[in-house]
Design a binder for this molecule. Sequence first.
Ligand code: FW2
Length: 289
Amino acid sequence: MEIVVPILTPFNPDGSVNKEALRTHASNLLQKGVDLIFVNGTTGLGPALSKEEKKENLKALADFADRIIFQVGELNIDNVMELVKFSSDYGIKAIASYSPYYFPRLPEKWLISYFKRLVEISPHPVYLYNYPLATGYDISPKLLSKFNLELAGVKDTNQDLAHSLEYKSAFPKMNVYNGSDTLAFYSLLTLDGTVASMANCLPTLFVEMKNSIVRGDLKRGMVYQRLISSVVDIARKYGQLSALYVLTETTQGYSLGGPRGPIFPLEEEERNQLKREIELFLKSLGVLN
Ligand code: FW2
């Protein structure tokens, strides 16, 4: 049962990646008990990073390589292949990729060919990052079965937990994570773990939630889930991807700079309002991380 954090990518004011802040953040999260770090995911603004930046992120986190899932997806296939080859210098847990996106009505067999190529050349296990809402394509368990493609793992960002459970039924050996913050408790309980963006700012709550499940105290685990879901509601009002930078700074006590356009940082007034709102909420519950 693993807590996987899709780590935020910290940016300097000039738009470059702040590698020192990335290392500090990863080290803090692992120290607090999260199990794995998902690099270049949605929360890490993966689709807005260059190939070189994706590589730099892995390089910066080399000390934690065995705890890393490295997301390599792009629309430029040469870049994808280069990123996979680059990963061979690191003892990472797995590579992952979202499906090809943007282009409408791609035939199923092309989607499958993409993942088959990854499996052919990857020195590491290959995980599917399935995010139909974002990519427009559902690489479902049925589709994988139809083309006889068995992958090592999947992060299924999907509000439908039953959809995630189907991977496990179709492929019992597959490592299956649901990627919705609001389903983290159920994902920990019924699958191999959760990939949760809110674990950037609430790592201890996630670890407490997991520990409650391990102890069999499911009622308490559900209380943590409700708390986490309330923070999601707060973050969404401001734009979740940007709000996460402010929330992490507030709860963890160090700056991650801000995001980079087109994911624009919150304005000063919004930042202050969000900080006040979250501090009040967490203090009222007696937690601040
Ligand atoms: C990622 C995640 C979490 C997301 C979810 C989308 O890569 O950032 O899928 O927060 O809203 O896995």
